[in-house]
Design a protein around this ligand. Structure first.
Ligand code: FES
Ligand code: FES
Length: 164
């Protein structure tokens, strides 16, 4: 066991853990951040996706020791000041889920994609989201939601610009 300081959703947390413990179990079991889901546990489904220094990462195959020192954002940190993020808003408006087990990972992965590609093509979306599995098959609505999120972000940017 060792002591680690994790920077999660803007706040520092001290945790004691084995260095090879997956970040996912630390988030869920020690920090009670249960929005990040356990799916396959092998890096194959995307249910456990978090942002690690701004990039989508599978927390089930990320060790706590390698995550220490990076900025970690979970689904709980995507919303800001009580406001849904554009991606969350778009997923709701498009109804881009059924059981919603995959949804938090999808939203985090889409957030990462839109940071890199604010106006993604279908192909860019399909490539970026390829590793995120939805067993309910809501892929067409997820695709539509990501395009809608892109439009919401552009609209907000335009409004901010106009306000100066
Ligand atoms: S639970 Fe991590 S990729 Fe499936
Ligand atoms: S909405 Fe059920 S797994 Fe995606």
């Amino acid at each position: 066991m060792a002591d680690f300081t994790l920077l999660v959703n803007g706040a520092p947390y001290r945790v004691q853990a084995a260095p090879e413990e997956p970040l996912l179990t630390v988030l869920r079991n020690r920090l009670q951040l249960t929005g990040t889901k356990f799916g396959c546990g092998e890096g194959e489904c995307g249910a456990c996706t978090v942002l690690l220094s701004g990039k989508a990462a599978r927390s089930c195959i990320t060790t706590v020791s390698s995550a220490a020192g990076s900025e970690i954002i979970t689904i709980e940190g995507i919303e800001r000041h009580g406001q849904l993020s554009p991606v969350q808003q778009a997923f709701l408006e498009e109804g881009a889920f059924q059981c919603a087990y995959c949804t938090t990972g999808m939203i985090v992965a889409a957030t990462s994609l839109l940071q890199d590609h604010p106006h993604p093509t279908d192909e860019q979306i399909l490539t970026a989201m390829d590793g995120n599995i939805c067993r309910c098959g809501t892929y067409p609505r997820i695709l539509a939601a990501i395009h809608r999120a892109s439009a919401i972000m552009a609209q907000k940017k335009g409004a901010d610009h106009a306000r100066g």
